[in-house]
Design a binder for this molecule. Structure first.
Ligand code: PA5
Length: 423
């Protein structure tokens, strides 16, 4: 079996001690209760034979069928319906070639018009994702883009649209059944921010030619590990972070990898929307190394000591980029200190230096180490955080799988919409 990802060099108070028996019992109880319920369906997404296990053959077949002539893949969706797919693609298909991927997770009309002005309907595949099938941001995008496709493609427009929604209920499911759109499933028991390893993330990944089975295997490796050991790293991390939530309420995720920039945003949604309840929670913050050394590092070093910094580091990356010599720089110190080194040497030195400096300043840190950045490792990384979130929810004694706090603004939006004249 391939080595799973690992939490290393953990300098977080409380992490090294065993989880106290009463907390361990609570985590175990909640883990079992949620896994068996309709809440934590993400656990079953990686269990072959379960109702939630993705039909990867169907997803790949559909991706193949739709591939011909497509240069632009447009994902319509918001929150968990967009971030998972975006994270997979940005991590493993960061190239500038075609198909180009556009993740339209905001119904800002300016941005959306700009997109349509620059794409050709005949070369565009639209993937509209909404688990509930009723999110107005996504429905409004779907209305505009359907009209745009229809105007150019006539009867053929429907073949440029794929939907993904609840298998049985919701307006999008009804529309798909009535109009015969290709439509994938987001299992009922899988919440949006936990849905990356369902068709939500797997269809764009298959379209990009990624090995979608490998995402699931990577995640499964971690699931099996956690099943065997109740004192697993995810449970211990959750326990340590929650125990010190009063003193250190902010969790910064700082991958040293540009490809994992979207992962930080995915993490922020998962951590924030799942745990912020009943006056409790941990505040997520996205960062990226080395960029944020020149933006946030000052705050982390000398600002309030209210943060835990979690790095993500890839152990065996592909590119090193040796730094070539440049004529006329022999006497320039900033050039000379890089002589004979590679861009990788510098990048790694900066990571080590940042971690050490933070530790020396008394800021708790830990590093999630990935063997390499591929489908397997990324699947494991997603699962690492999904499970840590489950444990953190249990430790905080809140339900991490709902989001009652977003309802108030949804109700007010409907009122504003009804009360204002159309533009
Ligand atoms: O995590 C969640 O449940 C949310 O962020 C949803 O993903 C988001 O609100 C979109 O919902 P839907 O997929 O129903 O359109």
């Amino acid at each position: 079996m391939r080595k799973k990802i690992e939490l290393v060099d953990v300098k977080i108070p409380g992490f090294d001690e065993p989880i106290p028996a009463s907390t361990a019992a609570l985590l175990e109880k909640k883990y079992k209760e949620w896994t068996a319920s309709d809440f934590a369906g993400f656990r079953r997404l990686v269990q072959p034979g379960s109702a939630e296990f993705p039909d990867t053959a169907r997803i790949k077949k559909l991706a193949d069928e739709k591939h011909h002539g497509i240069k632009d893949f447009v994902l319509l969706g918001t929150g968990g319906s967009s971030l998972g797919g975006e994270t997979l693609i940005r991590a493993l298909r960061p190239s500038l070639g075609t198909p180009r991927f556009h993740f339209m997770d905001n119904n800002d009309p300016e941005w959306f018009s700009w997109l349509l002005q620059n794409l050709k309907p005949e070369e565009t595949l639209v993937y509209a994702v909404s688990k509930s099938g009723k999110t107005p941001e996504t429905i409004s995008q779907l209305l505009v883009i359907s009209d745009w496709l229809k105007a150019k493609l006539g009867d053929k427009w429907k073949s440029h649209l794929v939907l993904s929604t609840d298998p049985e209920k919701g307006d999008l499911r009804e529309l798909a059944s009535a109009q015969g759109f290709a439509c994938l499933e987001v299992p009922s028991a899988v919440g949006g921010r936990f849905s990356v390893l369902s068709s939500v993330g797997l269809f764009p990944a298959a379209f990009a030619g990624l090995n979608i089975e490998s995402f699931l295997s990577g995640a499964r490796s971690l699931a099996e590990h956690a099943e065997k050991d109740s004192q697993n790293q995810m449970a211990k991390l959750a326990h340590a972070l929650v125990s010190h939530a009063g003193k250190r309420p902010i969790t910064v995720l700082m991958p040293y990898s540009s490809q994992l920039g979207a992962f930080s945003r995915w993490f922020c949604q998962l951590w924030g929307e799942s745990l912020g309840k009943n006056g409790k929670g941990l505040t997520p913050f996205p960062a990226i190394g080395t960029t944020d050394q020149h933006s946030q590092m000052q705050l982390y070093m000398e600002g309030p000591k209210d943060k835990t910094i979690l790095f993500v580091k890839v152990k065996k990356p592909d590119a090193t980029l040796p730094l070539p010599k440049m004529e006329g720089t022999e006497k320039l110190p900033s050039f000379q200190e890089l002589a004979g080194r590679s861009m990788r040497d510098l990048f790694d030195a900066e990571f080590n230096a940042t971690r050490d400096a933070l530790q020396a300043a008394g800021v708790p840190t830990a590093t999630i180490e990935l063997d390499c950045l591929d489908e397997y490792a990324l699947g494991a990384l997603f699962y690492f955080w999904e499970l840590t979130t489950l444990y953190a929810g249990a430790a905080l004694e809140i339900n991490p799988f709902d989001q009652p706090g977003v309802e108030a603004a949804k109700i007010l939006t409907k009122r504003y919409l009804a009360a204002t004249p159309g533009k």
